[in-house]
Design a protein around this ligand. Structure first.
Ligand code: GLY
Length: 395
């Protein structure tokens, strides 16, 4: 396997060296040996997953930690990864597994108690629908989208992220928390307006994107994690972090969610202000003084003990995926930075050997340090965005 990874490194590095706007858009299919490596590793994970009809989320105490069957914001990512493998290989085994696993949580399309229903159903049923045009998948997406827009407040002009009447969120004194991650739920809404012809979904998405643009960002394009609003007046009550180091710092995955979110807003609307926002965030990430040379950030750009802090491969994978799309729209050339990230993630440091890492692909991600959860572990969404980035880069 070392040889394979070395070959890939050399390949990507040589491409980076000669990279320019034109050739960044001309790539061959994913390197066959890397694909075979991914295929072998995920075949092992799928087989475990189908045995118990459960969705792998991460690793805890040396064992796979499965998604909570009652609800888990990450449950859409593993079926989504399998849809991507089906897209790349045309092998029906991935399609069958994706269908079986996403069926486990179909009922969650009715959930109106948090915002992540957009994430969950776009990555699973959404990817399935884009590939198969299965009408029943579209109906599931519509129900999920209808659930999501119940959380829109027309005074604030945003979708509420979390309810505040139970769990740890009830202890914080918030009224209407909106986290930057919520930008990712907009893809389901834009997609629904496209496939149904009903503008009600994209109207909500655009209003949410505009409110977030106004309140979440600092002058340098870094973002706060959470804004709490007053639902009666629409005023901002406070700006805080939940998963970052401190309110004024920059939680790494949050910066990547914002980058991805405004890039997708530009994809659907062609509104230049979203392109400018995505370019600004990209610049912030790429030029940050605390970004390590391999392009994989620490969990927060201002984590207190840098360089002795955990990295977050998930933040890097989704930034790479977003930048590949942004590169198509922007005059900037993101190719060298993208290839740096993908080379790092495909190296022995981050990409697990077949049979190791409890069969997840990437090592070294962080869920939430303030919650003391999922520190320096594999995460299903790191793998999802890594594969998405490899597929996008190969186009
Ligand atoms: N949306 C939750 C997270 O990024 O951890």
């Amino acid at each position: 396997m070392k040889t394979l990874k070395q070959i890939l490194l050399v390949l990507i590095c040589s491409i980076s060296l000669i990279s320019c706007k034109t050739n960044s858009q001309k790539k061959g299919p994913i390197d066959k040996e890397l694909l075979s490596h991914i295929d072998k590793q995920l075949t092992l994970l799928v087989s475990k997953s189908l045995e118990g009809k459960s969705i792998p989320r991460t690793v805890k105490d040396g064992e796979i930690r499965w998604s909570n069957p009652n609800w888990d914001w990450t449950e859409g990512f593993f079926p989504g990864t399998l849809w991507y493998l089906y897209k790349t290989t045309n092998d029906e085994k991935w399609k069958d597994a994706a269908e079986q696993l996403q069926a486990q949580f179909e009922d969650h399309k009715y959930k109106t108690t948090q915002h992540d229903v957009g994430f969950v159903f776009n990555c699973s049923y959404g990817n399935g629908y884009r590939l198969t045009k299965n009408e029943s998948f579209k109906q599931v997406m519509i129900t999920a989208g209808d659930s999501l827009i119940t959380r829109f407040n027309p005074v604030i002009k945003a979708i509420q992220s979390w309810d505040v009447d139970k769990g740890w969120q009830a202890e914080r004194g918030w009224k209407f928390p909106v986290i930057i991650d919520n930008m990712m739920n907009l893809e389901l809404l834009f997609e629904l307006s496209k496939i149904t012809g009903d503008p009600k979904y994209s109207k909500v998405a655009i209003a949410h994107a505009n409110t977030t643009l106004k309140n979440h960002f600092r002058d340098d394009y870094s973002s706060f994690h959470m804004i709490d609003y007053d639902p009666e007046t629409g005023n901002v009550r406070s700006k805080q972090t939940v998963q970052g180091y401190k309110n004024e710092s920059s939680w790494s995955r949050g910066q990547s969610w914002g980058l991805y979110g405004y890039t997708l807003c530009y994809r659907y609307t062609k509104d230049e202000k979203y392109l400018k926002q995505a370019e600004g965030i990209a610049k912030y990430i790429m030029n940050h003084k605390n970004l390590p040379a391999d392009g994989i950030p620490y969990w927060d750009y201002y984590a207190p003990n840098i360089p002795n802090e955990p990295r977050d491969a998930s933040a890097a994978a989704l930034a790479a995926s977003a930048l590949i799309e942004l590169d198509k729209y922007s005059k900037e050339n993101y190719a060298p930075f993208i290839d740096k990230i993908l080379t790092s993630l495909s190296s022995d440091k981050y990409l697990a050997e077949v049979g190791e890492n409890n069969f997840f692909l990437l090592k070294h991600s962080v869920g939430s340090i303030p919650h003391g959860e999922e520190i320096d572990v594999p995460l299903n969404y790191a793998d999802y965005y890594y594969i998405e980035a490899l597929i996008r880069r190969s186009k």
